[in-house]
Design a protein around this ligand. Sequence first.
Ligand SMILES: [Zn+2]
Ligand SMILES: [Zn+2]
Ligand SMILES: [Zn+2]
Length: 405
Amino acid sequence: MSQETVDLNCIGWDVHIVSAISFQENIRLALLRNGVIRAVTRVLPFIISQNTSIANRPLAARCIVNASAFLNTRLEDLDGVPLVIEAIDSDVIPSLMKCEPLLPYADHATARDQPITLLGSVLARYTIYRSVLRPTLLSMDAVEASRMELNLIKDGQLHQAWIRLKEVVAERRRLLGHDIADGYHIQSCQNHKCGRAGEIGSFKRCGGCLHTFYCSKACQRDDWRDGKHHLYCNGVHRRYLRTDGQMAGLRQKDIRFLDQVIIAELRKHTARINAHHLKTNVVEFNFVGQNVDTIFDSRRVKPAPFGIKCSCEKFAHEMWNRMIEKAKEAPEPLILARTYIPGGMSRKVLLRALPLRCVLEDVSRTYYREDKNSLTFPSHLSLAYTCCGRNSLEKETTTGKKRLL
Ligand SMILES: [Zn+2]
Ligand SMILES: [Zn+2]
Ligand SMILES: [Zn+2]
């Protein structure tokens, strides 16, 4: 018996209207702050739970497609990560696993692709963040336990998306179990003239951009003026203000986990790195797309991150060039890794200098003990650069200095 008391046409239009008004920035920010991701995600299980008559299935399919399309676009708003977590906590994964019977009723192939892209692509790439990976694993384990996979059309598109998600998280799940010893995660004072290193958490953070670290007030002052930190910081700080403080930035735990991911990725290329016999190996990873893109040859690494669309990216690029220069003075062979990670509207790049032997050997045992107390700049560096989220090289003003937090 069908329960046609629910107005599917109305729900489909509601989601469509939410999508349409979300193009207005101030409305979108208010909606995101008030849980629109959760609300739209919950449309999925609600529609699936209805015993929809054949005549109404095209309307039900439209609700699923509209909700998935909205999530595909808006999960990557702001910093991305908190919104993706919100969707996972609202059971987006099991809901997507159950939507397949309605998909043939969708208006066209592009519409049908929306839930598939969401599962196999958008959600999969954000599992590079530990804070996304953990709830994703819980949700996937529940899906596995209930044997939902068996209901999918074998080798159908949704099945393939599920397999892709499983493959991506399988490797990352293994890395979760191997957290590197604390002493391995070192940060450097980001005044390039100083270069002192310390345990993550021992340095003070810039109160403007919230993710640049200094050993002292003197170093912050120096970098603000001479290191042109103000150009970067003001852009990122304006983004923070523009979004009513909704931009969160990278969490320390996520950065620690990214270390693991980068090293695991580098270790897949050990033979190649050894064969190169280079003092400085330059590697670029791109985790933003469907697959991990790796560029190995220093000469072929694109000179400009993200094509340099704004002053923060220009700044990150200058820091990268400076790292390459400094690497030449290092006492031992290094790997410089430039890694792009998904991060919503605030595109993110991680610049890391790693001693070659810490990549080739077991870091948790050898690197930590020997080098913890004798670090100088190029030996180890962790920098994360985010972006103001604006595609312009507009003239930056140099307003007041920022506090250390
Ligand atoms: Zn700053
Ligand atoms: Zn310093
Ligand atoms: Zn920017």
